[in-house]
Every structure is written in C-alpha cells, then in structure tokens.
Ligand binder design. Sequence first.
Ligand code: PMP
Ligand code: GLN
Length: 383
Amino acid sequence: LNRRLAEFGTTIFAEMSALALSTGSINLGQGFPDTDGPEEVREAAVRALRDGRGNQYPPGPGIPELRTAIAAHQQRRYGLSYDPDTEVLVTAGATEAIAAALLALVEPGDEVVALEPYYDSYAASIAMAGGTRVPVTLRPHDGSFRLDLDELRAAVTGRTRLLLINTPHNPTGTVLTRAELAAIAELAVERDLLVVTDEVYEHLVFDDAVHLPLASFPGMRERTVTIGSAGKTFSFTGWKVGWVTAVPELVSAVRSVKQFLTYVSSGPFQYAVAEALALPDAYFEEFRRSMLARRDILAQGLTEAGFEVFRPAGTYFITTDIRPLGEKDGFAFCRSLPDRAGVVAIPNAVFYDDREAGAPFVRFAFCKREDVLREAAERLRAM
Ligand code: PMP
Ligand code: GLN
C-alpha cells in the first residue's frame, strides 16, 4: 500500500463484521439493514434483468429514467431543481460519489475541512486525492454532539479548498440545524469554498429534527455537490447505487473521475431505483417511523445496560459513552464485547484523528429487526 494510504488497512466495518460472524454475535456494528427493501422494488430489478434492460453498459452518467427520478425527488422533497441531463450523476454508491468528488475537486496539498468524527471513507478519499484533512470536532453538549461554529471558521485557511459536510451525521446521529447550516453556507460563500455534502440519511430524521439540504441555502447551489444513496434510502446496501446532484461544471468534473473508477454503475438496479424514488411519500414515512421505533428500543436497552446514550436525531446509529460502565477505551471494549455479551459494535475512535477524543465513544446500529434489538439489549443488560 502506498504511503498516502498506509494508515488505511482494513476498514473497521469489515473487521467487526468478520468478528460478528466468527463469534456468532449480533452485529450492531456495520450499518446495513437485516431486512431488505420493498418487494416491488426487488421485482423491478428482476424485471429489468429479465427484459434485458441494463445488462450491458448503461450510459455513463446513469440511465435517463434514474436521473429524471433523482431530479424529481430533489424537487418534490426540497424544491431544488436540477436538470437530469447535466446536473445529475449516478454513482456506484455514495462511497464512489465521495471519492470521485474529492478526486475531481481537490488538488494535492489542498485542505479539506471535515466534521470529526468522520465516516471512514472521507479520510481515505481525501488522502487518495493528495489533500490534507482538517477535522473540526463535534463535541457532546446537552445530550448530542454539536458543531462549534467558531472552530469551523478557524479551521478555514488560505489553503482550504472545500468543506466536507455530513448531515444527518454518521456516527453521532446529529442533524445540523437551520442556523448551523446557514452559518456553514455563509462561511462557504465568504471564503469561496466548494462544499461536498453527504446526505445519505436524508430520510432518517426523528422527533423535531428536519433535514435541510445545504444546497438549498443562499449562494450554495452553485458550489455544492450533494450526495445520496439508494443503499440507505431503500435498504439495498448491496446494490451500490448512489448519486450526485450539482451544477453542470461540478457534475462534469465528478463524472470525469467516475469514468475511470467504475466507468458506469450497475444497470438493472438503476431501473429499480428509478421506480423506488417514485414511491409515494407513505413509503418514506413508514421507513422513517420503523427506524424511529427501533431507535427507541435500542436507546432504552443501552440506557438500562448503563451506557450514556446520545439519542440520535437522525441516521440509524446510536453513539454511546462507555465511561459510566467503568470503561474508557472503546477499542478494547468493542474487541471484548463479543465474548462478554455476544454483540458487536464500532469504536468511534476510528472516526477521529484525535483518537483520545474518540476513545470513550462506541456506536451501535439499530437498522435491525426489533426482536434482534431486544435480544441485543437483553444481552448487554446481562453483561
Ligand atoms: N456516507 C455515509 C455517512 C455512510 O454512512 C455510508 C454507508 N453507510 C456511505 C456514505 C456509503 O454509502 P453507499 O453504501 O451508498 O456507498
Ligand atoms: N456506512 C456503513 C456504516 O457506517 C458501512 C458501510 C461500509 O462498510 N463501507 O456502518
């Protein structure tokens, strides 16, 4: 592995999913649902396969049906209007969208300001692009992890090329507020920065939280690359269909890179996702509600087991503090958890440059069946 990537051996998700398998533990580590997405969407994929739609290289930017559906979704949900032909790109999951956007927009030596804890692929993608990551740490405040806007402003230098934002935020479950997003937007405009915003959990917001796309703030449409994922929104993480929406210059830059990463994205699944995006609002509401019920089951279980729980306003992850259990090292805790309780979780330290700051935090995924969550909670209580 070259020096740029030497620190990124195996992702924590692969390591912890393997541990879950080898120990027969309940896997609340890697974030993937244990129930597949809607039957009719699966049927749509089968139909496409059978009818020979997408079995050969689909168009580079994605099939027109899907690009149109993505644009219609942004319009319907957020009133954002994107031209399906020039302002939408289909990618191999959000992961490729993130990598391609950073490879397209970052020059070697550029600084990329990212919220910490950060999803692990951000650090690797910044490194692949030859950029320097500059973390701005979200810190616990009244039960949730918050962004300090002064710290964000101070992180921007003459070398900053772009802000990498994620809301709803993995792993903390924080949903950035209107005021926070407005401040980020003002900063981006004032310092003339590009913004890549990972909004893959856009449909998973709870209680009073609302998801607001950063691209909808003044001055942002022309500088923002927005990323979404069918893996998250429709519970098909194995399909690897994601997308980017942005102005033509930005989409075209990302597309140039995508051509040489994967060339195109998997064909038949694009037809299915195009149908999925046109599902009635009731689908999205039911999906959200079912995750909310699961959040509550796991949050209660973790609280009863003695963890400090940061109740997430979004995503399907709960971050906990293990110090009330007399523990302080999340890595050691997660490595021992399969033996102690038959449960697998993720040490948040892997999402920090400042591993000390992340040490006491551990993430549990709740995108699992309710009976599985109840069993996991029982095991953790008995630990
Ligand atoms: N961004 C975030 C914040 C994620 O949590 C994930 C995956 N869980 C991704 C991107 C990657 O999404 P995809 O599976 O579509 O590549
Ligand atoms: N994004 C998922 C998570 O945070 C995992 C996806 C992956 O393993 N790359 O758990």
